[in-house]
Design a protein around this ligand. Structure first.
Ligand SMILES: [Zn+2]
Ligand SMILES: [Zn+2]
Length: 171
């Protein structure tokens, strides 16, 4: 009887059954053990997948896209703001240059060299521009005199207009 069993085993390959979950083939005994583990794993994966799918449908794809995107646009906004500030700063310093040329005050340091917000800068009470200490010392009394000559501080706009006209003439 023994002699019959051995050639049978060799002749017919062991019963291999495919796992319904992963499709891998196992010997029946192993498959039973494997299938339990494999089904658990598959269920876990399915559960995660399903909940995420439900979340997608509950919130709406648009909202998720928006909520997942906010970082890049805010960065862009910051960049844009900084660029805008740089531009304004450049314009301001350009105006300061013409202003300084007229007043004889030292030219303001270029934008790239001077810090964005310098707490040491003095604000001119007449034209509310910021100057470094040495420039403010010369500018503020000059600016006061000028605003006195022109008249009340309400006429600041006129003052600005004449200034821009002068600047245009210079250019
Ligand atoms: Zn499996
Ligand atoms: Zn001034």
């Amino acid at each position: 009887m023994d002699s019959n069993e051995i050639p049978e085993r060799v002749a017919s390959p062991p019963d291999l059954e495919p796992c319904p979950c992963c499709g891998r083939t196992f010997v029946l005994e192993t498959l039973v053990k494997h299938q339990k583990i494999c089904e658990k794993n598959a269920n876990k994966q399915r559960k995660v997948f399903d909940t995420s799918k439900k979340r997608l449908s509950d919130l709406g794809i648009d909202q998720i896209e928006k909520s997942s995107k906010p970082l890049p646009p805010s960065k862009k906004k910051n960049n844009w703001r900084q660029k805008h500030e740089d531009f304004i700063e450049a314009m301001r310093s350009a105006r300061e240059v013409t202003h300084a040329m007229k007043t004889g005050a030292p030219l303001p340091t270029p934008v790239s060299q001077k810090p964005r917000v310098n707490p040491d800068y003095v604000q001119c009470p007449s034209c509310s521009r910021h100057f470094n200490e040495s420039a403010a010392e010369r500018h503020i009394p000059w600016c006061k005199e000028k605003s006195k000559r022109i008249g009340a501080p309400e006429k600041k706009k006129e003052q600005l207009n004449t200034k821009t006209k002068v600047a245009i003439n210079i250019l």
